[in-house]
Design a protein around this ligand. Structure first.
Ligand SMILES: *Cc1c(COP(=O)(O)O)cnc(C)c1O
Length: 479
């Protein structure tokens, strides 16, 4: 299996790479995102086999089966061991790893948030931590991960990389802007290789600092700076597995179809659903649920992809979906446009950079987003979120977080007669307590292992929004 850039010309096969070559890389050198040359096809016999694998041998073995189709430069025994080390009941709280819960009629909730940081990002990041450690050891190299977070990504990365050999994490976050629980999760980590940097500024300032450091190519090379952001192919690939696991739990036979509703921001989660569907998993609809930051809903309704400025990016009560552009979206557009890399390059590298938007509304391909690829979309607001959290709790006794509530709200608008509709639960309510209190008039449930986390000692360095200061800090903390 080789990987190509979404901006590569179809005739150019020189830049194609293997999995371990792109594992530690971010963007492709031409600014595009990596995708497999073709999607491995899963036929009925394989699907039948995997159904049994998941039910009888478990999630880790299913992950091994799926990943084997995408990774041919790690020996099978090693890859299996990495999957087994990652997807354990001890790390993810349950033997099923991603248990399915029935709400009513065709509506289900797939739990993806029982990992160490209580958000679905653990599903991929925990594997990434083990893959990084493995590959760095094999190469005899080290990596300094520099990132920016407004909450979920940073903590998932830190919990995945803590104590890992060869890896250090330098995570910037906007000072005082994360929820108290999220701050406590990150800042209470005492591991030597984890560095929390609280920046006087907003999330965009953090991101700008990371960009500035990464653009200093000499520094980047000398200090082996890397990232773990959601454009990393390995993260996306890891997420493909739980679409299969959800399908096997919701159906009895491979003749049945299911739909997924996915709370979306950077389009990473639902893009994994697209990949699963392209592999042949019987998915009917992929429903993209956005919050007030409706870049994606606008595209799927109109064909216009319009990047927002910082002034019209809303701060919402589902903050992990507060995006101005959807970093992974280019991957889907590449498929939608018949894998025409030159056209993708023109759209994302030129038109978008110049005009801040492009319009596929009149392109015949646009209709296929719905007809051929199964995409639908919808939007949810603060009021919808509160109502959905309240309704779900009152009628089913199930407490959902604000992001999942956006998914449930939009899923309800797209319930067709027929197959199951699985909403992906992307975080637990304890991470966003203030909005739960607003909706329910009570504090959210707290898993016992997080009792008293807010009063633990904190390990964090406060810093001005200055890329030079971050560089100096990294230099100081690399032996
Ligand atoms: C990251 C995140 C999302 C958005 O996922 P994307 O892959 O960026 O679309 C939704 N909900 C929660 C809780 C998240 O942490």
């Amino acid at each position: 299996m080789k990987y190509l850039s979404t901006r590569a010309a179809a005739t150019d096969s020189t830049e194609r790479k293997r999995f371990c070559e792109i594992l530690l890389e971010g963007l492709a050198p031409d600014g595009g995102l990596y995708l497999p040359e073709s999607y491995p096809q899963v036929n009925d016999a394989t699907l039948l086999k995997w159904r049994t694998v998941y039910h009888e041998q478990g999630y880790a073995e299913l992950a091994f089966e799926v990943l084997s189709l995408y990774i041919d430069d790690i020996p099978a025994a090693d890859l299996r061991a990495l999957c087994e080390k990652t997807y354990t009941a001890a790390v993810f709280g349950t033997g099923e790893i991603v248990p399915l819960r029935h709400l009513e009629n065709a509506l289900y909730l797939e739990a993806l948030s029982n990992g160490p940081t209580l958000a679905f990002k653990d599903m991929a990041m925990q594997l990434l931590g083990n893959l990084f450690e493995y590959e760095l050891a094999r190469r005899g190299e080290e990596l300094n991960i520099l990132g920016a977070t407004s909450g979920d990504t940073g903590s998932a990365a830190e919990y995945a990389m803590r104590g890992k050999k060869g890896v250090r994490v330098f995570m910037t976050s906007p000072y005082g802007r994360m929820s108290p629980f999220q701050q406590a999760q990150m800042f209470s980590l005492m591991d030597e290789n984890i560095h929390n940097i609280a920046v006087d500024g907003v999330f965009d300032d953090c991101q700008d600092m990371v960009k500035a450091v990464s653009n200093d190519l000499d520094f980047k090379r000398k200090y082996k700076i890397g990232t773990v952001n959601s454009i990393n192919w390995a993260r996306l690939m890891a997420q493909v597995v739980y679409y299969f696991a959800g399908y096997f739990q919701a159906t009895q036979a491979n003749t049945e179809k299911v739909s997924f509703a996915v709370p979306s921001g950077n389009f990473g989660n639902v893009c994994a659903g697209h990949v699963a569907r392209m592999m042949g998993l019987p998915i009917d609809k992929l429903i993209v649920a956005t919050n007030e930051n409706d870049v994606l809903d606008e595209f799927f309704r109109t064909g216009v992809y319009r990047v927002r400025g910082s002034a019209d990016t809303h701060e919402t009560s589902s903050p992990s979906m507060d995006i101005s552009k959807a970093s992974n979206f280019e991957r889907f557009v590449f498929d939608l446009l018949g894998r025409d890399g030159e056209r993708v390059k023109a759209l994302f590298g030129e038109t978008l950079a110049k005009d801040g938007r492009f319009d596929l509304g009149n392109d015949p391909a646009f209709k296929q987003a719905a007809t051929r690829y199964g995409f639908e979309s919808g939007k949810s607001t603060h009021a919808d979120r509160l109502a959905t959290i309240k309704d779900t709790f009152e009628r089913f006794g199930v407490m959902i977080d604000t992001h999942t509530a956006d998914g449930v709200k939009v899923a309800r608008e797209h319930l067709q007669a027929g197959g199951p509709m699985i909403v992906l639960e992307t975080a637990l309510p304890i991470k966003f307590a203030a909005t739960i209190v607003e909706a329910l008039g009570r504090e959210p449930d707290r898993p016992v292992r997080f009792d008293g986390i807010e009063v633990l000692p904190k390990r964090v360095t406060r810093m001005a929004a200055d890329a030079e200061a971050v560089k100096a800090y990294i230099v100081q903390h690399c032996p």
